[in-house]
Design a protein around this ligand. Sequence first.
Ligand SMILES: [Fe+2]
Length: 167
Amino acid sequence: MTSDEVFFKWLPDYSVNIKTIDDQHQELVNILNRLFVAVSRREGDKAIAGILDALTSYTRTHFALEERLMREARYKDLVPHMEEHRKLIAQLDELCNKHLMEEKPIYFEMLSFLKTWLREHIQGVDTQYSAALQQSGFSVATWEREATAEFARMSASRKWWEVWKAA
Ligand SMILES: [Fe+2]
């Protein structure tokens, strides 16, 4: 696959100017790209289930961390932002259930939906909270130092990365 054929190409425009958050967003893009490749190559249920599991686990962990950041910074639009997260998690769970329980294949429309959702979420509400936090004088750098350690613990406990690296 050449770079022109990457399903979801990360662009500098997607940065929210908080490195920890950008890194996690890029990892979500990586997992989505991995899922696209697996679906395109018809890699089989086990491989696809593993990647779906990595995607949902990583998304939950990332959302939890992002919500903690907004809560600690007393961000005014935390509640509607959490609602967007909750809705996507419900949709991801539904996608997993369809695939695992009902053995329905993953369609490219679903992958496109996830790609569009993530891009619009990052460029919309994520960019808004990041700008608001930086304007409010909240010390993002201090938070990032703490968050990095916290995130490592959260990731280790979920072991999503083992599935991901093995895929
Ligand atoms: Fe978000």
